[in-house]
Design a binder for this molecule. Structure first.
Ligand code: F3S
Length: 396
């Protein structure tokens, strides 16, 4: 690794303990992945915020870094283990809440913006095409690389924090244009719309990528249009099922790429099979969750329209970023939705919140939500459109 004078100083401890530890992490990563040098980053997204994941050893490390560490670039946080303001209503116990607050305080002390969301791009952490960034949330990484055209590897929590505290990341992987070329084509022979169907498509393609070690970057054709909500659902799903951090979608994503010769067709039957795997026949639904990835203002506006004057019969959560909810508050969407009995869970999500054992069956429009709902929380799952989720919530 070629280091600049400033980077060497950081490594030698001339800029404090946290900066030194950070540069050690980045330098080691660069050596492992054969990076030639560091590249400056303009934006960081840190994951691993829930106390449920960090526990005391993780929190101790953060507290050490927070003693003199201060971020050098715009840095935001992934969802925490609870709604930082409304945790009691959502049934979080006070011991967990106290520890989660200690985690968020440590991040805040370092100058990190504590908008705890997996959709930072919807609330002000929005890089530009071609910018080098260091993000650590799989769905957001996929969105940043593919939909925005920024450049990031899939960082871990420590390497993202290290990038924030130094302003650099080693230049390897998706930071290099030669590693951003499509390797396999997919032609979709079915018309796709809505977040649930885009999630199903993400699973269908993701499963194929996951079973083949040669391809990681697909070039997808046959999708004439997709809105931001559909693309965020697709990113979450393909990242979950295929470990994917970058895709190209003809006419919809901005990166230049060579077009692969080999193409796989995704048929109606492939999508039905993927959809079938997300659903359990007799799932006993007692929990409905929308907002994985975090719900956008447009989704919240639409939900308000669907539930106006109605009353849900099942526990129903919308997970979203607090700034998004604040605009929903101003527009009256929150009041309409809460009057229908739906709860907002800001700053958190159904995967990182400690809700294992509280519910039996989860109904969601998120293919990613099904994966973690089953794997982590042992819920049965039903995957359906946003409209059907609301219908399920309204049913006895
Ligand atoms: Fe976001 Fe949690 Fe889903 S981090 S993508 S809402 S699992």
């Amino acid at each position: 690794m070629k280091l600049t004078h400033l980077q060497k100083e950081m490594l030698d401890g001339k800029h404090g303990y946290a900066t030194q530890k950070s540069m050690e992490i980045l330098n080691a990563l660069g050596e492992i992945f054969d990076a030639e040098e560091m590249v400056p980053v303009t934006s960081v997204q840190i994951a691993g915020v829930s106390y449920a994941n960090l526990e005391e050893p993780g929190l101790d490390w953060l507290a050490q870094m927070a003693k003199d560490g201060r971020v050098r670039v715009l840095t935001t946080l992934n969802p925490a283990g609870m709604d930082l303001e409304n945790w009691k209503v959502l049934g979080i116990d006070s011991e967990f809440a106290k520890n989660q607050e200690r985690v968020v305080d440590a991040f805040a002390k370092m100058g990190i913006i504590t908008t705890c969301t997996c959709t930072p791009y919807l609330v002000g952490n929005l890089p530009h095409f071609g910018e080098h960034i260091a993000w650590a949330e799989s769905s957001a990484v996929c969105f940043a690389n593919s939909v925005i055209g920024a450049k990031t590897n899939r960082e871990g929590g420590p390497s993202a924090l290290a990038a924030a505290l130094t302003g650099y990341t080693p230049e390897y992987g998706y930071h290099l244009d030669q590693n951003r070329q499509a390797q396999i084509g997919f032609t979709v022979k079915s018309s796709i719309s809505g977040t649930a169907q885009f999630g199903t498509l993400g699973k269908a393609i993701g499963d194929i990528l996951d079973s083949n070690t040669e391809w990681t970057i697909p070039y997808i054709t046959g999708i004439p249009r997709a809105n931001t909500d559909e693309l965020k659902a697709f990113c979450a799903s393909i990242a979950t099922y295929g470990g994917n951090a970058l895709f190209h979608m003809e006419g919809l994503t901005p990166n230049k790429t060579k077009i692969p010769k080999e193409t796989i067709t995704i048929t109606e039957e492939d999508l039905e099979k993927a959809e079938g795997a997300l659903n359990e026949e007799d799932a006993a639904i007692d929990f409905v969750s929308i907002g994985c990835p975090h719900a956008s203002l447009q989704e919240i506006q639409y939900i308000a329209k669907l539930v106006e004057g109605k009353q849900v019969k099942k526990e129903t959560w919308i997970t979203t970023a607090r700034p998004t909810k604040q605009v929903a508050d101003r527009m009256g969407y929150t009041q309409t939705i809460e009057a229908a009995g739906i709860k907002f869970a800001c700053d958190t999500c159904c995967v990182v919140a400690p809700i294992k054992g509280r519910f039996t069956g989860l109904c969601t429009d998120s293919a990613k939500g099904c994966y973690y709902g089953r794997g982590r929380n042992k819920f049965q799952t039903k995957h359906c459109s946003l409209e059907e989720c609301i219908e399920e919530a309204l049913m006895q």
